[in-house]
Design a protein around this ligand. Structure first.
Ligand code: DX5
Ligand code: ZN
Length: 216
């Protein structure tokens, strides 16, 4: 299991020290929520933030593109040094081509699914994916409540992956805390994005420890 702090809930005026704090707590991957004000009703950050942070930290970057037709933006995030990139099934007309572009750049490729999008829609693309990001809240904001029916969806996807002997990882994103994380872990997720559960706490190290300990 791997914890992936989302800097969406960090202090944007102090991003460097925010990232260093979780890095000191043993984190080696952070989650970058990119929103365009169209696919979701919010605007956040672009590849310039990835590029700037790369100069200041060793942690790897997991970029979650919540943008309409992400194809045009991909090159800038690839050049900025993202190690993982996910695009939304609902926002991407030529999904197969987009995934191949990410993979050809040596970046791990993922597809993100909104809560109402069935995992069955991944049938054809699944073998091409390094990971699937299952949204466990509706995308757009940090600090929302975990949608309980997501647990069954994680299990369904786990079965699809195992049945085909694939190595695709399941990442969950939204409302992850010490109570919901174990439910997702048991259902078969291995990457856990957490924003407010980490950066909403004054003591980030103990927040990271509490999340890690929740599966024991
Ligand atoms: C929501 C984002 C999430 C968000 C999670 O659209 O994709 O990554 O930062 O925040 P929490 O953990 O607070 O639900
Ligand atoms: Zn996210």
């Amino acid at each position: 299991m791997r914890l992936v702090p989302s800097i969406l809930s960090a202090d944007f005026a102090n991003l460097e020290s925010e990232v260093h704090e979780v890095e000191q707590a043993g984190i080696d991957l952070i989650h970058i929520d990119v929103m365009d004000g169209h696919f979701v009703p919010n605007v956040t950050m672009g590849s310039n933030v990835v590029r700037a942070l790369k100069k200041k930290t060793q942690v790897k970057m997991d970029v979650h593109l919540m943008v309409e037709e992400p194809g045009d933006l991909l090159p800038s995030f690839i050049e900025a040094g993202a190690e993982m990139i996910s695009v939304h099934f609902e926002a991407c007309r030529h999904l197969h081509r987009t995934i191949q572009i990410i993979k050809a750049a040596g970046v791990k490729a993922g597809v993100a699914l909104n809560p109402a999008t069935p995992v069955d829609f991944l049938k054809q693309i699944l073998p091409d994916l390094d990971f699937v990001l299952l949204m466990t809240v509706n995308p757009g904001f940090g600090g929302q409540k975990f949608i309980r029916s997501s647990v069954e969806k994680i299990s369904e996807l786990r079965d699809l992956i195992d049945f085909r002997h694939l190595k695709t990882e399941i990442e969950v994103d939204g409302g992850i805390n010490p109570e919901t994380l174990p439910l997702c872990f048991k259902a078969g997720a291995s990457l856990f994005v957490a924003g407010s559960a980490i950066f909403g706490s004054k003591d980030r190290e103990s927040a990271v420890r509490a999340l890690a300990a929740s599966i024991n």
